[in-house]
Write a protein that binds this ligand. Structure first.
Ligand code: BYC
Length: 320
């Protein structure tokens, strides 16, 4: 019987077999053969996803000391810690593809790698903690539930745990807003103001429209993405509109209307100029966010050095 090794096949044959596996819904695992472009695309998306989780800790972290009571503080602290955990699973998933974690982080610090546009907007009131949970985590879930079925095994498995936690995050945000909306007129106005500021940036989280999304077609073929940016954005609007009604808040879009024929909400065109400006580094908080992450890396250098030295000493003791 002839045994097959990778060297028996040329690249074309390997790619054909790879696509067949994807089409049969067989997960791709770290040691499996994969096209270089698949590996690169995954490292790009997963590392940017990891950066988003870590940068995403900043707007909420800023409110931990100002939470209105002990329960709110404990919940917010737990949520922000979850985001750190998500970043760690995702950096680990990236490493299974051969990426160097430090390099991916440096790429973000140098502006070569992106993180989600949403975190370049400031969180200026306590109601923003509600809006971030409800809308930002809500948008993240819409995108990440689909990623639980992504074709790369380690990414898909990381997403399962992340989605469970995001679901708690979304509910805590909605609960903050429910409380504010049932409170005084001033509290309700604060909730409305947070919705006004976070609505459009939340829709931008899903990425450019399909016609301007260079990665989508190939990512869908490789089943990295299961839905296009516009499909997920529509699903999000369809879910959020009735939730805004429950809160008694008004989504800041005069064209938002249920379309019986489409069985979806219609909504206005996004301000794409603003989206691309934020991606280019010109959002309200881009510079502040990168400066905070660079400072965190520098300030944590001694911890990493101490941990490495300790690990080396332990290894030496074992071999002695
Ligand atoms: N912001 O061809 P496209 C969270 C970039 S955090 C910035 O459509 P793709 C949370 C895109 O990267 C969860 N950049 O790309 C944490 C690409 O640039 P490059 C965040 C964006 O990858 C704390 C270019 O535009 N979730 O939950 O096929 C507190 C063209 O786009 C954005 C994820 O990261 C954007 N919004 O699709 C609370 C999900 N959109 O790389 C909550 C994982 C696009 O060519 N990522 N770009 O330089 C994805 O699902 C996909 O990467 C995207 C974009 C749907 C975002």
């Amino acid at each position: 019987m002839e045994t097959y090794t990778m060297s028996n096949f040329n690249n074309e044959e390997l790619e054909k077999r790879f696509q067949e596996k994807i089409d049969k819904e067989i997960k791709i695992e770290p040691n499996d053969w994969m096209p270089d472009a698949y590996r690169k695309n995954l490292i790009r998306q997963i590392s940017q996803h990891a950066h988003s989780e870590v940068v995403g800790m900043l707007p909420e972290g800023n409110w931990i000391t100002r939470a209105p009571n002990l329960r709110r503080k404990a919940v917010l602290l737990a949520k922000v810690q979850d985001e750190a955990g998500h970043g760690l699973y995702l950096y680990s998933a990236c490493e299974t593809l051969g990426a160097d974690r430090e390099q991916t982080i440096d790429d973000m610090h140098d502006g070569k790698a992106k993180y989600s546009s949403i975190f370049n907007y400031p969180a200026v009131t306590w109601a923003d903690m509600g809006a971030i949970g409800w809308l930002v985590d809500g948008a993240a879930i819409m995108n990440q539930v689909a990623l639980c079925r992504t074709s790369y095994g380690p990414y898909a498995r990381a997403m399962v745990k992340i989605c469970k936690e995001e679901s708690f995050h979304q509910r805590q945000g909605f609960e903050i807003l429910t409380t504010l909306c049932k409170g005084t007129e001033q509290q309700k106005a604060m909730a409305q103001d947070a919705l006004n500021r976070f609505w459009w940036p939340s829709l931008m989280m899903f990425g450019p429209s399909d016609s301007d999304s260079p990665h989508s077609a190939q990512s869908i073929k490789w089943k990295i993405k299961r839905f296009t940016n516009d499909e997920l954005r529509q699903q999000f609007v369809d879910a959020a509109a009735p939730q805004a009604d429950i809160l008694g808040l008004t989504i800041p879009d005069a064209n938002l209307k249920w379309n019986e024929a489409r069985q979806h909400y219609d909504f206005s065109e996004i301000n794409w100029d603003e989206f691309w400006q934020v991606l280019e580094g010109n959002g309200p908080c881009n510079k502040e966010r990168i400066a905070a992450r660079k400072a965190a890396k520098e300030n944590g250098q001694w911890v990493r050095e101490a941990a490495t030295t300790y690990a080396e000493k332990r290894a030496l003791r074992k071999t002695a």
